[in-house]
Design a protein around this ligand. Structure first.
Ligand code: SAM
Length: 236
């Protein structure tokens, strides 16, 4: 996807890209490709793919949620900042938490943050299950793209969400995972609010956005330890 296509496709998402945002994306793309030549951050190695499969794909989250009216967003397993850092560029109002357990990726993100000169971005090098107590019931939108299977992901993510707010999983084709996680979602005090399915431009693949609304407050002492979540995912 070239820049012109990027601008046209994001317009269809309801986003009018500004010159400043394009400049920031250029800095991001250049730094990502340069860093990736010595440190493995992403399998995507050319500009046009970065704009399509990382930048544009990250922005498709707006199909599910209006990000102008929320305060904070936490991105689990953000990798090289997808979708969290891209969303920060387009929604500077947000306090963003970028969480990844991989030290190489969080080091990259801290350097990127300085280059982009963005505020209200906290890069956290941790496994999400180890920071539940800090974020429990406090986040408007928790998201995760291409991170573990949905029944496990829901059990890690939903406790962090404020009551009435959302966990939105960004997946490829995940119909089976969705069916397998219905029990977990209800058990954890959530409900499937909306599922969006679409194709990326250029036949670059199917996408699913699964928005889960939290209906009940989580209690720290009722959450299962990570070992149990992994060993025996919640299922009927
Ligand atoms: N979200 C990014 C993207 O779409 O390009 C990265 C996806 S990558 C396939 C999965 C990332 O999740 C990795 O960077 C990995 O380090 C991170 N990860 C996996 N399990 C995690 C956990 N429990 N807590 C925090 N990060 C985790």
């Amino acid at each position: 996807m070239n820049i012109e296509e990027f601008i046209n496709e994001t317009k269809k998402l309801g986003i009018d890209v500004t010159g400043e945002q394009l400049e920031k994306l250029e800095i991001y793309c250049n730094f990502l490709l340069e860093y990736n030549s010595h440190t493995n951050l992403t399998a995507i190695k050319n500009r046009e793919e970065v704009y399509l499969k990382h930048f544009y794909d990250s922005l498709t989250l707006v199909k599910s949620i209006d990000l102008t009216s929320i305060e904070n967003l936490l991105d689990i397993g953000t990798g090289a900042g997808f979708p969290g850092m891209v969303l920060k560029i387009f929604f500077p109002n947000l306090q963003i938490y970028l969480v990844d357990s991989n030290n190489k990726k969080t080091k990259f993100l801290n350097e990127l943050k300085d280059k982009l000169n963005v505020d209200k971005v906290e890069v956290i090098n941790a496994r999400i299950e180890n920071i539940t107590s800090r974020f429990i019931n406090s986040i408007d939108v928790v998201t995760a793209r291409a991170v573990t299977n949905l029944p496990v992901l829901v059990e890690l993510a939903l406790p962090l969400v404020k009551v009435n707010k959302y966990f939105i999983a960004m997946k490829g084709n995940a119909q089976d995972e969705l069916e397998n996680s219905e029990y977990a979602i209800t058990y954890l005090g959530g409900k499937i609010e909306d599922v969006k399915e679409f194709d990326l431009p250029h036949d670059a693949g199917k996408r699913m956005l699964i928005a889960i609304q939290k209906t009940q407050k989580s209690e720290l002492n009722k959450l299962r330890p990570y070992e149990k979540i992994i060993k025996k995912p919640l299922q009927k």
